[in-house]
Design a protein around this ligand. Structure first.
Ligand code: GRF
Length: 232
């Protein structure tokens, strides 16, 4: 039992589209794919959901690169298997968070990335990264924000005995998990849930809404490219 409770896109910038723009069906084969830079620290199931949607032509996007910060992160292997360039930028090699973020921003810019997608990125961002891609960084979080920001969101939800939790895709701001919400999905919480069981059900929804959000962004790009071409 799962409930999709919102599929909205706030009017943040001309790059974003109206709430009900068709997500997955209206790919213009002649349009340029949206160039993505993915950032992850862990397992990479959201990375796989995005990569598979692209490979199956459900998403007019292209993963330019993956940046990961943890040498042990399984997501790196998942990128390599799919021949997607993966760069380790280890936060332990940097004295300050700003220089770490500068290195990331430089790498993303060098790869010509248009949108940055954080899929399980476990580091706090600084203004260096945010200002490098203003309003063009999104994150997925395993709760219905603004409830339960930060780490251990699933455990927080269980501790509060909420009856409905879920996941959120939002624009990244300096404050952790605080930016404007683009899409959410709700998931019921059962009395016998463990963090692992609930997280698994939430992740099934995460894989849907992260792809749908990117599909909306890709569609907005295609619309804007078409308008540009018509004028040119
Ligand atoms: C997800 O639950 C996401 O919401 C959170 O980190 C987790 C990453 O999972 N930010 P995965 O590595 O994509 O499987």
């Amino acid at each position: 039992m799962e409930y999709r409770i919102s599929c909205s896109t706030p009017d943040l910038s001309p790059a974003l589209v109206s709430p009900d723009a068709g997500c997955l069906e209206e790919i213009d084969p002649l349009g340029q794919p949206l160039k993505l830079g993915l950032m992850a620290s862990g397992t990479g199931s959201n990375f796989v959901a995005i990569a598979d949607a692209i490979a199956q032509h459900r998403l007019a996007a292209q993963i330019q690169l993956l940046i990961y910060n943890n040498p042990e992160a399984p997501v790196a292997q998942r990128a390599q298997e799919r021949h997607i360039p993966a760069y380790l930028i280890n936060h332990r090699d940097f004295a300050a968070r700003e220089t770490f973020d500068q290195q990331i921003a430089d790498r993303l810019r060098a790869a010509d990335v248009e949108w940055v997608v954080m899929v399980g990125w476990m580091r706090r961002v600084t203004s260096v990264l945010i200002e490098a891609f203003p309003d063009h960084i999104i994150n997925i979080h395993p709760s219905l924000l603004p409830s339960f920001p930060g780490i251990r969101a699933v455990e927080q939800a269980l501790a509060h005995q909420v009856k409905i939790s879920g996941c959120t895709v939002h624009i990244v701001r300096l404050e952790v998990d605080s930016g404007p919400i683009l899409m959410q999905a709700a998931v019921p919480v059962f009395s016998n849930d463990t963090p692992s069981l609930l997280h698994q059900r939430i992740q099934t929804q995460e894989h849907q809404i992260i792809v749908q959000t990117i599909a909306q962004l890709a569609q907005a790009k295609q619309t804007s490219d078409r308008q540009h071409n018509a004028l040119g």
